[in-house]
Design a protein around this ligand. Sequence first.
Ligand code: HEM
Length: 218
Amino acid sequence: MQSKKMRWTASMFWSSIGKKLLMALTGFCLCGFLITHLFGNLLLYSGKETFNAYSERLNSLGLISRFIELGLLFFAVIHVIIGAILFFQNLKARPVQYIVNKRAGGRTIGSATMPYTGFLLLTFVIFHLINFHFTDKTYATIYQIVSSTFTKPGYVTIYIAAIFITAIHIRHGFWSAFQTIGANHPKYMPVIRVISILFSIILGIGFGSIPIYMSLTG
Ligand code: HEM
């Protein structure tokens, strides 16, 4: 009985809709992280004391902080693995590769490029973690690390490009996730579309303004 239930759960998650559901749920969690991350990063505008105090407060949470980080890593790994599986399954399902990539059937640039923007985003997150998370913080505060990074035009360019890609990915992902969880009623879809656009614009401007501001004032 128990193993039948487990087999049912496994096959449910392994089905096409199960995988999409996992993408949607993990995507929502990652969006939740991005909102809190944006609020935290906006404290850079209040100066070094406030930002360093915020960072120290987070680190002082100790085990709770590590637990949240592990949860975030877990969601990100599931999102990336399932996304890659869906990408390769879609490739295989196409009997003939398109010679001309037509934007047919309501496909937008955002939806057609999801796997590619997703891959670029993953590359950026690894680069970003090496920059700010896994860096030696013995001789510099986190504010100094961030502000010295954004004195370099190359880094400012990379961050702005990555944030632009994040906004494109989220614009479609957020909308698509709502569809997956069943919120695809004609009455709600226009509202969800507007919310997705606004959400990606807020994230884009919020994160994107930081490297520009820091490079001008740092
Ligand atoms: C201007 C934009 C951004 C700034 C200034 C910034 C800054 C930071 C800082 C200071 C940390 C913490 C380092 C530490 O104390 O260990 C961090 C961690 C992190 N950032 Fe960003 N970030 C930015 C944009 C982004 C974006 C767009 C993403 C994702 C797409 C992202 C994902 C992460 C992740 C996953 C972590 C690790 C979480 C953790 O330390 O618990 N960041 N970021």
